[in-house]
Design a protein around this ligand. Structure first.
Ligand code: GLN
Length: 247
């Protein structure tokens, strides 16, 4: 019989951390902890299921997270997710997905790695990625579109890829500092699938973005959760960002 203490209630928010063994540079796995804590602090149960390479991807979760990774890990990850399409099935029934850097590129239509190989993505975002002339490394500030919130996003980027969006996705907003997609915009959004180049973990640095994702998954925007120390961290990182977009 299942141990009741270990069985999540039916109403629990089910978070999937996708391939943390191969995707998850710069502590991107921390995004799962942030979402779990912010849900539990509001008195709502939340579970985090780690889906490792070689394992079937469940289609039953509410919110899936993918982190960054080097090119080889990224190719391994996309092959696994195409062979085990639980994530794509979950999106078809309304689940939310949040991908960072390599995770963002995997969610797109295709990406070309630095060895020149082109890989088919999951096609959940209308974004294709090709290598740029130089790596984009440093702090990023993004002025997000109004429907995504009012606070600018802050994060750290380290990627070679440059992403072009098609008409099926829209960017999160223009970059105030940093490179992002490489055309003056950052990230991509289609329905409840969101990709970004920002590490941090980005949801620790941007609680409004964490709550946007939670609102999608819980069905309503969650109650306010004032945490002044996060405000101080945000101000410090906003000051640290060099102004002006880098291409
Ligand atoms: N390999 C990809 C790139 O360089 C993603 C890098 C990352 O996830 N940090 O564009």
């Amino acid at each position: 019989m299942a141990d009741p203490a270990r069985t999540p209630p039916d109403s629990a928010l089910r978070i999937g951390l996708v391939l943390p063994d191969i995707l998850g540079t710069y502590s991107d796995a921390g995004n799962a902890q942030v979402l779990r804590c912010r849900t539990q602090w509001r008195g709502i149960a939340a579970t985090v299921t780690e889906i490792r390479h070689g394992e079937t991807v469940p289609s039953s979760l509410d919110l899936y997270l993918l982190g960054g990774g080097e090119d080889d890990a990224q190719a391994l990850a996309v092959n696994h997710l195409r062979a085990h399409p639980g994530l794509q099935q979950a999106v078809a029934r309304g689940a939310a997905v949040f991908g960072v850097c390599a995770g963002f590129q995997i969610l797109g239509t295709q990406f070309t790695t630095s060895d020149g190989a082109t890989h088919t993505g999951l096609g959940l975002l209308d974004a294709g990625t090709t290598p740029g002339r130089r790596r984009a490394v440093g702090e990023v500030v993004v002025d997000v579109a109004a429907e995504l919130g009012t606070e600018p996003l802050t994060g750290f980027e380290n990627h070679l890829g440059r992403s072009r969006l098609g008409i099926g996705s829209r960017p999160l907003g223009p970059v105030r500092a940093g490179t992002g997609n490489g055309d003056g915009t950052e990230g991509a959004l289609t329905g409840r699938v969101l990709g970004t180049y920002l590490h941090g973990p980005v949801l620790a640095r941007n609680p409004a973005l964490a709550d946007l994702l939670l609102g999608w998954s819980l069905g309503a925007p969650p109650a306010a959760l004032p945490l002044p120390e996060i405000g101080a961290l945000r101000q410090e990182r906003l000051r640290a960002a060099k102004r002006g977009p880098r291409r």
